[in-house]
Design a protein around this ligand. Structure first.
Ligand code: 5GP
Ligand code: ZN
Length: 139
């Protein structure tokens, strides 16, 4: 299902052009217009899902395999040394386009630091309590 007001629905379905790496029945993979590195790509489902929580299982189970395929092509074609997969959900997590997408970001030797954080130092007890708290709400 598409959302007529959504830019990624339009791009994924070919109504707005974008540099396309790959397309199949379910996905279009495009280059990000504001890349974090050379070759930064976005995997877009053709149907509209606002985020990970809205994603259909039939789609979510294909995404990782597709990311691996795109990443392998990047290693071969661009000579990147690694890739980051980034997938933001919610404004607080940095999501700016509310149509599920997965970033595939090529990483080059000597490239800038990104996708990093300052590690906290919780106690083992704090971690155990937190794990139990989250686990209680698993459905
Ligand atoms: P988010 O922050 O939601 O995870 O990522 C949205 C990404 O989409 C950003 O990296 C942004 O540069 C990219 N983006 C937004 N609008 C367009 C567009 O119209 N075309 C392309 N190719 N990328 C877009
Ligand atoms: Zn959409």
């Amino acid at each position: 299902m598409r959302d007529e007001t959504c830019i990624f629905c339009k791009i994924a379905n070919g109504d707005i052009p974008a540099a396309t790496i790959y397309e199949d029945e379910w996905f279009r993979v495009i280059l990000d217009m504001g890349p974090a590195s050379k070759g930064h790509a976005l995997i877009l489902p053709k149907d509209h899902f606002a985020d990970l929580f809205a994603l259909e299982e039939a789609i979510s189970e294909k995404v990782l395999a597709l990311a691996a395929k795109i990443g392998a092509a990047m290693k071969k074609s661009l000579g990147c040394a690694g890739i980051n997969l980034v997938q933001n959900n919610g404004a607080a997590a940095g999501q700016t386009v509310f149509h599920f997408h997965m970033h595939v970001i090529p990483r080059y030797e000597g490239g800038p630091a990104m996708v990093s954080w300052k590690p906290g130092s919780p106690s083992g007890e704090e971690l155990a309590e937190l794990a139990e708290q989250i686990g209680r709400d698993l459905v």
